[in-house]
Write a protein that binds this ligand. Sequence first.
Ligand code: SF4
Length: 154
Amino acid sequence: MNYHQYYPVDVVNGPGTRCTLFVAGCVHQCRGCYNQSTWRLDSGQPFTAALADQIIADLNDPRITRQGLSLSGGDPLHPANVPEILRLVQRVRAECPGKDIWLWTGYRLAELDAAQQRVVNLINVLIDGKFVQALRDPALIWRGSSNQVVHKLR
Ligand code: SF4
């Protein structure tokens, strides 16, 4: 898996203070996508074991309390990203008690395959669906267009 950006302290992508990872790779090609540079799987740079360790350490850093981890992109549920994302969310669940996980995907919850669903089973909030320019509404919170749904799973 490749990634584009990692923000160890982020107050924009989800509630509270968070760690946020933008991964590479997306098949949805939404018109008006603000992150087209992330579409290619081989864009960005490799996601390393050292960065995974850093994310875990940042989530547990007592100097700046993080509410949780945000996963965006690109698409964290691109099939090529799912194995690495699953390992990461499993680690957050095991090693970062009390932290929530929010994930943005262009797939709809109802169309996820079994591997993608294993990730979703471990996260707290899924924001799903493609960005549809005709349904864009800047007043929406955590989503760009009104077809997208904020699923508060657990
Ligand atoms: S799902 Fe997100 S990253 Fe992918 S094309 Fe649509 S808006 Fe862009």
